[in-house]
Design a protein around this ligand. Structure first.
Ligand SMILES: [Zn+2]
Length: 333
């Protein structure tokens, strides 16, 4: 209850700030040429520029240096790129498992960036389920709830070299369900491991029906197609989608399952069979979230052009590009 109250207060204060900013903007507009105090150049230069009603909320980015040989993506570099691409807000995802990246991306820098730019960044938190902690499940609950108190709105990127329903993984899902935060996971044959048909994911979905799972990665997106071999769970197939894909089956059965369209795997799942991809996006318009996996300056991102080229109905894109993220991340509450 303490947590809820603190969060409530934090959000109320934030909303009040937004309201003040909005009224300032109205004042400024109502006297565009006046010598009013709002015309002073650079008055608010030190503050982050509020960007409203943009096209996208990006549920998948990483600040820092993710892979060896990559250039660092700073919060300012990410903000500039977001401005160039009409992205209002981005989710900053830590990576804390040794299998997940070359360098670990910790939760603290994500929280700090979101605190500095609360209107642009949304921090998630992450802890590897094999971390030495006192107190077992309670220890994880303590650590993760402290991150939530500091502003984390979700858990992930959960990219761990264990089976998807390993007891240690299930413990994390249990804690996230209790804290009512969504969990964004990566799946392939090395991290968040499963089998064709995704029975391990189904086990987790059924065990934690109140936890929203956001699926990402080659193992997840390959499962848009049926008839997969184990090897294909790590592949980026260019073949037409075969019937019986686990994603559609599981989304039908479990309302707590979503897809994060970021990265090469997300783009490929739609572009490999454009007709199926377009129908899938329309059919699952309430379960799909726009994302990029932008993690280094200058990185090409196919999602913008690809989704534009599908000529999707406006009500579909407005949900996928931002409405679903606002709902799942509780951005308006
Ligand atoms: Zn990622």
């Amino acid at each position: 209850m303490v947590l809820d109250r603190r969060q409530f207060l934090k959000r109320t204060v934030h909303s009040a700030g937004v309201a003040v900013a909005a009224s300032l903007a109205v004042n400024a507009i109502s006297q565009p040429d006046g010598p009013g105090r709002f015309s002073s150049p650079g008055l608010y230069a030190a503050e982050s520029s509020p960007k409203k009603a943009s096209r996208y909320i990006d549920v998948h980015t990483h600040i820092g240096t993710t892979w060896n040989g990559n250039k660092e993506l700073t919060p300012d570099g990410l903000l500039r790129w977001m401005d160039d691409h009409d992205i209002e807000k981005s989710v900053l995802l830590p990576l804390t498992s040794p299998e997940s990246s070359s360098f670990l991306l910790l939760t603290e820098p994500a929280l700090a960036a979101a605190k500095a730019h609360p209107d642009r960044f949304i921090a998630f938190c992450s802890i590897d389920p094999r971390t030495s902690l006192r107190g077992g499940r309670k220890g994880f609950l303590d650590v993760i709830s402290r991150y939530v108190e500091q502003g984390a709105r979700g858990f992930g990127e959960h990219k761990v070299g264990l089976n998807f329903d390993d007891p240690l993984m299930m413990q994390i899902y249990d804690v996230c369900q209790e804290l009512q935060i969504p969990l964004l996971f990566h799946m392939d044959n090395q991290r968040g491991k499963d089998q064709p048909g995704l029975p391990r994911l189904e086990h987790a979905l059924a065990t934690f029906p109140k936890l929203n799972f956001l699926g990402h990665g080659p193992g997840w997106w390959a499962s848009i197609s049926g008839g997969l071999t184990q090897k294909e769970l790590a592949s980026y197939s260019k073949d037409k989608v075969r019937p019986g894909g686990a994603i559609d089956k599981l989304m039908e059965a479990y309302p707590n399952l979503y897809g994060d369209l970021s990265a090469g795997s997300g783009a490929n799942s739609i572009s490999r069979d454009r007709e199926f991809g377009r129908e899938f996006m329309i059919r699952r318009q309430d379960r799909l979230l726009f994302g990029t996996d932008y993690l280094q300056p200058g990185q090409p991102v196919p999602q913008f052009e690809l989704f534009d080229s599908l000529d999707l109905p406006k009500e579909v894109t407005s949900k996928i590009y931002r409405g679903n993220a606002e709902r799942v991340l509780k951005l308006n509450s």
